[in-house]
Ligand binder design. Structure first.
Ligand code: SF4
Length: 69
């Protein structure tokens, strides 16, 4: 089965700092109801900008995981 990479945000860890939506507003958004980041749209391919968001999150809430399609 094919594997695909996916971005996951740990809602318990996210402190709503708004860094990830600033880095990549196409992929991340801050939910105004609970001030937690959500994945707005899963990217087709994981690119450097997504890794930058992972590395920039102050609480390590963003992960790139492999899922089976
Ligand atoms: S960078 Fe991390 S803590 Fe900040 S909004 Fe994004 S997921 Fe939440």
């Amino acid at each position: 089965m094919a594997k695909k990479k996916k971005i996951v945000i740990d809602q318990d860890k996210c402190i709503g700092c708004n860094t990830c939506p600033l880095i990549d507003p196409d992929t991340f958004e801050l939910d105004q109801s609970d001030y937690k980041a959500k994945v707005k749209r899963q990217p087709e391919e994981i690119e450097e900008i997504h890794q930058t968001a992972v590395d920039s999150c102050p609480v390590g809430a963003i992960s790139i995981v492999e899922v089976e399609e």
